[in-house]
Design a protein around this ligand. Structure first.
Ligand SMILES: [Zn+2]
Length: 255
């Protein structure tokens, strides 16, 4: 009963956030150009930036997807290697659905739930790997998950890795951070905080249906025992993935 109530409260908060975001944030079109989207786990890129990805493909811009982990922590009762291979297969399926060539997907193979934070072992090598991709692929825009996601902590690490990789790369793309779990973890009244300054809303009404199909490819894929390969997401987050709006923030680094 309590968890049911908690779920409902979260759902109401997410819808309230949706309303406040639409009233308060500036609406912008995402700028044209090639993109590299960094996802801590397979599905984050679609949940948080699927509309931006579809728009870029529609405009025949080059799109690269970078997966920090293969999301093996989603099914703790199953062997990690099996979950990894299933979730990697889902990324291939989604790439097939949007016509993305396999060599536009990049897997860094970090441990799910343990993407290194700043000052942790492995952080610099992960940052270097991203930096190399930036210098090789030369995207106009890099997208990574936002620190406002708070949790899973991999999402915060993703924001920092992207920020530091962009700062050190020779090629200088624009950096944008996108919301995934912020839809679940943030409250409407938090939007007045300083770290929310500069957030903007991208309306993705046109690709909304196609995005939902991609979200469903990830989130509705089940093992034989009925468990979902991408884990059981809270209802509020699942609903947020259907909103025809994506929230981003540009990061401008000091030279
Ligand atoms: Zn994630």
């Amino acid at each position: 009963m309590m968890s049911w109530l908690k779920g409902l409260a979260h759902l109401l908060m997410t819808y309230a956030l949706r309303i406040v975001v639409w009233q308060r944030l500036e609406k912008q079109a995402f700028p044209a150009g090639s993109i590299m989207v960094i996802a801590p786990h397979p599905d984050d890129e679609i949940i948080g930036a699927g509309g931006v990805i579809l728009q870029a493909l529609e405009q025949e811009q080059e799109v690269h997807l970078v997966y920090l982990t293969e999301g093996e922590a989603a099914c703790p009762a199953k062997p990690a290697e099996q979950v990894k291979s299933q979730r990697r297969a889902l990324t291939r399926q989604v790439a097939g659905q949007i016509g993305l060539p396999p060599n536009h997907q990049h897997f860094l193979g970090l441990a799910d739930g343990a993407v290194p934070q700043r000052n942790q072992p492995g952080y610099q090598s992960a940052r270097q790997a991203i930096q190399q991709l930036i210098d090789t692929l030369q995207p106009d825009h890099v997208l990574a998950t936002h620190e406002l996601d708070y949790w899973p902590f991999d999402h915060v690490a993703c924001a920092h890795l992207a920020e530091d990789a962009v700062a050190k790369a020779t090629h200088r793309p624009n950096l944008y951070l996108y919301w995934v779990w912020a839809w679940y973890n943030l409250r409407p009244w938090h939007l007045s905080r300083a770290e929310c300054h500069g957030l903007f809303a991208v309306s993705c009404t046109a690709p909304a249906t196609q995005k939902q199909r991609l979200v469903s490819s990830y989130l509705d894929a089940r093992a034989e025992d009925g468990s979902r390969w991408s884990g059981e997401l809270p209802l509020a987050l699942r609903r947020a993935s259907r909103f025809s709006v994506e929230i981003l923030q540009q990061r401008v680094h000091a030279e």
